[in-house]
Write a protein that binds this ligand. Sequence first.
Ligand SMILES: [Fe+2]
Ligand SMILES: [Fe+2]
Length: 196
Amino acid sequence: MLHLKSRTEDRWLTQVDEHLEEMLIDHAHCEKKAAGTALNFIFAYVENLDLCREMTGIVNEELEHFHLVIELLKRRGIRFRRLKPGQYGRKLNDLVRKQEPARAVDRLLVAGLIEARSCERFQRLADHVGNQSVPDQELADFYHGLFESEARHHSTYTRLAMDFASEKEVLERLDELASLEAGIIAPGEALPRMHS
Ligand SMILES: [Fe+2]
Ligand SMILES: [Fe+2]
């Protein structure tokens, strides 16, 4: 259950076709950022042992994903490099309320929604490259393989938010943030990115 309010449109797959290399480079950056986000949660809420244990697992998995993507880039002869980031993450982080504990709830739910959207897009990407006239089976298998862990990360972040507010409050806020997320991603961005 990903709690997303929209399905990625075909226009994003057109961007994937036209800029596959840049998408893959951006994906590597996303995994690195995901590891950084999980590590930041440990620094911010170090007294929450449940959170620290879960985040340790996520940091390790995201770094492993980062490693897998840069290996994939290497096999394909693509040079990993800096990219100008898209606006998606910043726009979502702007929705985070300022006062604790609402801030913790929002930070965790936003992190979880980014996981959910990545997960949904990995699936679309895998199906797309696996079903084209000349299938890219390596890439299809790669993205199918990431689906399960990103879906689990989404559930973990949502569950951890319930340490900071009641289940009812968390689910209501998740519903609200998911609608806003769908609005943020709908128009797309000119820069080809995992979340454009
Ligand atoms: Fe990941
Ligand atoms: Fe993840």
